[in-house]
Ligand binder design. Sequence first.
Ligand code: AHM
Ligand code: MG
Length: 347
Amino acid sequence: MPALSSQQRSLTRFLIEAQREGQINAELRLLIEVVARACKRISVAVGKGALGGVLGDAVAAGGDGGASINVQGEAQKKLDVLSNDILLEANAWGGHLAGLASEEMDHSQPIPDAYPRGNYLLLFDPLDGSSNIDVNVSVGTIFSVLRSPEGVAEVGDEHFLQAGREQVAAGYCIYGPSTMLILTLGHGTHAFTLDREQGSFVLTKRDMRIPEETKEFAINMSNQRHWEAPMQAYVRDLLAGKEGPRGKDFNMRWIASMVADVHRLLTRGGIFIYPWDRKDPSKAGKLRLMYEANPMAMLVEQAGGAATNGRTRILDVPPTQLHQRVPVFLGSKREVEEATRYHVDHD
Ligand code: AHM
Ligand code: MG
């Protein structure tokens, strides 16, 4: 098995160099290492597919054999539950966290008394896009890191309610044809590919840059009739192509797996939109602010893109609830500004 060549940089070396440059401290370095290690374990479980007996819905504990339902009212997949357990277990004892919060848990969890408490809070969606697992399409883990407020004996949900601009790190791991970790520590967005033989993430793209202009959009068009007027107008103009006000033809992609859709736009540009719609007016969109929109917005901004809720910057949205939803417009800067303008001009 060949060792890493001198040109190759492992995640460990990248993080040590970031620490030497003063971008992170040892505790945050450990945190990222632990999350990456947990993602490697999730990658193995996802990769086994049917052979691992991990496909399909999770069964509710102590129930009548019905599906287990999470706090969002969605049926949990076996791999959702397994991925959540892997992240919880990996992060409990290292001494780098004060608490954790997850899409799959009603409330945040403080680190148990048996272990030392650290200065950071970790939020995650353990397996985003999990409705795609059974059809063998890319899924991923999304995570966000915040500082724990000082002087708090035991953290609760309210301590996690910090605006996205306060994130000290964010990333996702995509389980696709290759497993990749996309990471920002607030100094650019960087891509690492898992070398399965070495068992380590290797830096494969430093400073990803999203092209400012694009001809590609990603949206679930089946919701079109439920959108508000400016959203209807924006997409109508995209679909009008060269003959329309935008003067160019647009292509459409929708994987229905946010990590895969965002990974495409980080790689070659594009705009990703999950807008508010009238299907359920009580919900402000489908995606969750704290562990989906905020980390993706930080990664996209750090790669030169933009991220709004259609009106304002996502990273400035004040959170009021742990599982709060938010409309999401992110990707190529000029295109996100254009889509946002349709909404602001309409108001
Ligand atoms: P999940 O967190 O329950 O997996 O839902 C989030 C996913 C995103 O990955 C994706 O962009 C979106 O839901 C797809 O929604 P839809 O099925 O409405 O197109
Ligand atoms: Mg999700």
